[in-house]
Design a protein around this ligand. Structure first.
Ligand SMILES: C[S@@+](CC[C@H](N)C(=O)[O-])C[C@H]1O[C@@H](n2cnc3c(N)ncnc32)[C@H](O)[C@@H]1O
Length: 295
């Protein structure tokens, strides 16, 4: 069975990696059911059509809880191999548990900052679902992904489209900003953020600068679960994403304004589509596909 080459030697963690581990990981784990359900609709629409064959070696970048890595491992079968890479220890602990429980033998996980390099020309396919928008230097991260591909091999990554088409994140952020100031220049962040690859032209240029060719964008619209109840939807938004960042950075002022903010968010979520599973809002992503140049 093919093995993965060694990843480049780790450097000290960047501020972004520290932030993912120290601040965001506990929040993501608390709301894992929302994130996994919400994000899965965007990859479920594209997974079956991805150019992955039995026996392929595949890399899943920013693999989080590992559910797409597990899907890919099933796709490549026992002769193939998948490596899920993430910079966050707690996510990888979950991912290893899930893969272990599923008895998946062709799936490995590594704790690594993708921007530092992902190995040279050893993968048949590289994938990322909602991971690349957080690269502190997007061209450097995308270049690592391109360099990891064999000549002519393909990649696909999924990123959020513009804010206006993602009311599930943007509408609560707008509500919170009616009460609190924007995060300052020195705010602690997870990197450029969920909408940093929304612009098709700018992101296409970044992909080109990273050395990709045959770059295509396909729009995917899907409803996402924002919470099982209004209470949970409020807690989720005040913990994660742009609303959560504004709330966290505002510190004591945010706590002082909490009752008014929660009342306004209650009004917002009361208008969301409701099913037995919970509250749903619109979202929109790009499936971006490309390939490494031929040798
Ligand atoms: C929004 S989550 C998506 C997780 C997963 N792909 C999914 O769809 O459920 C973004 C992930 O990217 C990871 N990440 C962010 N920057 C990274 C980097 N430079 N190197 C590796 N992983 C990174 C985070 O730790 C996090 O797990």
């Amino acid at each position: 069975m093919p093995q993965h080459n060694t990843l480049p030697v780790a450097e000290p963690d960047s501020a972004f990696v520290d932030f993912w581990n120290a601040v965001l990981a506990p929040k993501f784990i608390r709301f894992r059911h929302i994130l996994v359900d919400g994000l899965s609709r965007h990859s479920a629409a594209v997974m079956p059509a991805l150019p992955v064959r039995a026996g392929d070696r595949v890399l899943d970048v920013g693999c989080g809880f590992g559910d797409t890595a597990l899907d890919l491992a099933n796709r490549v079968g026992p002769q193939g191999r998948v490596l899920g890479v993430d910079c966050c220890d707690a996510f990888l602990d979950c991912a290893r548990q899930i893969a272990g429980a599923a008895g998946t033998a062709n799936l490995d996980f590594a704790r690594h900052d993708a921007e530092l390099g992902l190995g040279g020309a050893e993968y048949d396919f590289v994938f990322a679902r909602f991971g690349t928008m957080f690269f502190s230097n997007p061209v450097r991260g995308l270049r690592s992904m391109r360099e990891a591909l064999k000549p002519g091999a393909r990649m696909a990554h999924i990123v959020w489209r513009r804010r206006e088409d993602n009311p599930w994140l943007h509408a609560p952020a707008t509500v919170v900003r009616q009460f609190l100031p924007a995060p300052g220049e020195d705010a602690q962040t997870c990197g450029p953020g969920p909408f940093s690859m929304a612009n098709e032209i700018v992101t296409g240029l970044k992909m080109e600068a990273a050395g990709f060719t045959d770059i295509h964008f396909q729009r995917i619209d899907a409803k996402v679960l924002v919470g099982r109840t209004i209470r949970e939807a409020i807690d989720f938004q005040l913990a994660i994403g742009p609303a959560g960042e504004t709330f966290r950075e505002a510190g004591a002022l945010a706590e002082q304004k909490r009752p008014e903010i929660e009342a306004a968010l209650t009004d917002l979520f009361a208008r969301a589509e409701t099913t037995e599973e919970g509250l749903w809002m619109d979202s929109s992503s790009w499936l971006i596909t490309a390939r490494a140049p031929d040798a």
